[in-house]
Design a protein around this ligand. Structure first.
Ligand code: LLP
Length: 431
């Protein structure tokens, strides 16, 4: 369920008419519904309420500070994968003892930062990383809490780019190897074994891959038990899918129920790292039609948002539903909905059956709250777009649209290429 619905043929976010936001701030922009976001978090988190657990929102899905702050208010933690994400999570007020840090390429300074912040635990992805964490913690006279992220070799039956728990993927440590590493970790002076981590992929629309992974992790836990290693936290990662088109993913309640059944008898605190399922359908991308044209009988609708703003269709061939902000009875056509970027891969939809659209009208790209803004870039020197939060009958800008100055911030001219202030003015930048 989400709060983007038509009232008298006009699309609203909560009680705010979307066209009114577009007229006030221009297009394109990302728009999130606070109510949907909170509702999704509560439904997910409460599904696990009968067991000790921690919901760590996956910051990579949407890193906006206001969104993270909402998660913090709801009692959520964070799953971070970089020093930058850790900075954002802390800045937004997420408590460090609810932060887990995953990722195959943590750098020394990032590890130091996380130790300084006293996060809950590192999900360690290689023996070398374990050694480095131990060394840095030793230097800082600290003990680092760790889980080993294991790779259970499970096929999550999702897009290959977002499957992470297969033997051939770069993630985690395979289970037989993990036993040896736990034994080594036990002897490291500055390491405290806190848990096991496992994340098998994203946009998973059935429960069975999660259960298969959990079964393998349980075998490992039994093995560790024999070695007198107790696992306090079991981190099963994120990955629960959502409906973009026709998918029928399990409801969080069913997902939770199946996992909890499999967990019966284990004395652990469960950690979950949901991203998409919380924020995916809580956000849309609002864009405007610039032109329409026909080339060799093919229809093109050219809009002001491109692959730099929302890369999922180009990168994964992902389906994102598209609908006009003002609905009317009109002819349907088959068209490519494309952006202004100079690449043929720049599209939001291909061969899509859609109502005939015309220049200047606003359209909504649905299900864009996760991996939308967070994967956007400045390609083609396009300023990154605004983010807006609708809350009942109000809306607030939670990230300003970038300006041209933002594009060149941080760039420097070597001395012999310097242009004088006068030179710049003479060339008349027109800004
Ligand atoms: N935990 C870890 C360790 C992860 O790597 C991820 C996602 C998550 C949690 C959150 O997964 P979620 O609940 O959102 O499925 N850009 C792609 C998705 C990449 C997912 C990467 N890892 C997309 O747009 O589909």
């Amino acid at each position: 369920m989400h709060d983007f619905v038509y009232k008298k043929n006009e699309l609203y976010s909560e009680q705010v008419p979307i066209a009114s936001i577009a007229r006030a701030i221009g297009t394109p922009f990302y728009l999130y519904s606070r109510h949907t976001l909170e509702n999704h978090y509560r439904v997910f988190d409460s599904a696990f309420s009968s067991i000790p657990h921690l919901t760590c929102f996956s910051v990579k899905a949407n890193f906006n500070l206001a969104i993270l702050r909402i998660m913090a208010h709801l009692g959520g933690g964070a799953d971070v994968v970089s020093g930058g994400e850790l900075y954002r999570a802390l800045y937004a007020g997420i408590s460090p003892n609810k932060i887990v840090y995953t990722g195959v390429g943590k750098k020394g300074d990032e590890i130091e930062y996380a130790l300084e912040a006293n996060i809950l635990m590192f999900n360690v992805e290689s023996p070398e990383e374990l050694s480095l964490i131990n060394r840095i913690a030793g230097r800082m006279k600290k003990k680092a809490r760790i889980a080993l992220r294991v790779n259970p070799d499970i096929n999550p039956r999702t897009h290959p780019y977002i499957a992470t728990g297969l033997r051939e993927n770069k993630f985690g440590i395979n289970i037989p190897h993990a036993v040896k590493e736990y034994a080594r970790a036990q002897k490291l002076k500055n390491i405290e074994i806190a848990g096991i981590g496992c994340h098998i992929g994203s946009q998973i629309v059935e429960v069975s891959p999660f259960l298969e992974a959990l079964k393998r992790v349980k075998i490992l836990m039994a093995e560790l038990n024999k070695m007198k290693i107790t696992i306090q936290y079991l981190d099963l990662g994120g990955g629960l899918g959502i409906t973009y088109d026709q998918e029928e993913p399990p409801h969080p309640r069913d997902y939770a129920e199946s996992l909890m059944k499999e967990l019966k008898g284990l004395q652990v605190t469960l950690i979950l790292e949901p991203g998409r399922v919380i924020v995916g359908n809580a956000g849309i991308l609002v864009t405007q039609v610039l032109y329409t044209k026909k080339n060799n009988r093919k229809n093109f609708v050219i809009v002001d948002a491109g692959m730099n703003d929302l890369i999922r269709p180009s990168l994964y061939g992902a389906y994102q539903k598209i609908q006009p902000v003002i609905r009317a009875k009109r002819k349907t056509i088959i068209a490519d909905i494309v952006g202004p970027i100079c690449e043929s891969g720049d599209f939001l939809a291909k061969d899509r059956k859609i109502q005939m659209l015309k220049a200047h009208e606003f359209i909504a790209v649905m299900g864009a709250g996760a991996y939308g803004f967070s994967m956007s870039s400045n390609y083609n020197s396009r300023p990154r777009i605004a983010e807006v939060l609708a809350d009942k009958n109000r809306f607030s800008i939670i990230r300003e649209r970038e300006c041209y100055d933002d594009l060149i911030r941080g760039e420097r001219m070597p001395d012999d290429l310097k242009i004088s202030e006068f030179g710049i003015r003479k060339q008349g930048l027109g800004i």
